[in-house]
Design a protein around this ligand. Structure first.
Ligand SMILES: [Zn+2]
Length: 148
């Protein structure tokens, strides 16, 4: 079993998840795993030339269903995919990303050890994927230079 934050490769992950190793799955995971943060769907499409749209869509769905990746959206509704923790953990999984509309960067936070949220009665949360929108340090610096 692969542990959270342990270095792993796409093939090992597919074997761990008992998923057949396919070219599309390897390509998608080899894009997302090294980045360690969210990658936009357009970037994934660009980097998976040769994989048709339907196969890519099914691949993302399968990997998402198995917890290898998860999906989140920026303010414009663009989908991003990030590596999941892929363990059949009973613990609440919390992912927080910071999105800068200025440069479209999606920055991942380290795993949250403490996270509190009020849930509706009887609701059992398994995953929290938050996106915080704002300006990154580089864009803020560019703005402050423009103001001088
Ligand atoms: Zn920025």
């Amino acid at each position: 079993m692969i542990k959270v934050n342990e270095k792993y490769d796409a093939e090992t992950l597919l074997e761990t998840l008992e998923l057949r190793i396919t070219t599309a799955r390897l390509k998608v995971l080899s894009i997302i795993i090294p980045v360690g943060a969210a990658v936009s769907i357009s970037s994934i499409k660009r980097q998976t030339k040769g994989v048709n749209g339907i196969t890519l869509y099914k691949t993302l769905k399968t990997l998402e269903k198995k917890g290898a990746i998860y999906k989140l959206f920026d303010l414009s509704g663009t989908a991003y995919y990030a590596p999941g923790r892929f363990r059949a953990s009973k613990q609440l999984q919390t992912y927080i990303h910071f999105n800068c509309p200025g440069c479209q960067k999606m920055i991942a936070s380290p795993p949250q050890k403490k996270f509190t949220i009020s849930l509706p009665k009887g609701f059992k949360a398994r995953l929290v994927a938050l996106c915080v929108w704002g300006k990154c340090a580089i864009c803020r610096k560019k703005e402050s230079h423009l103001m001088v």
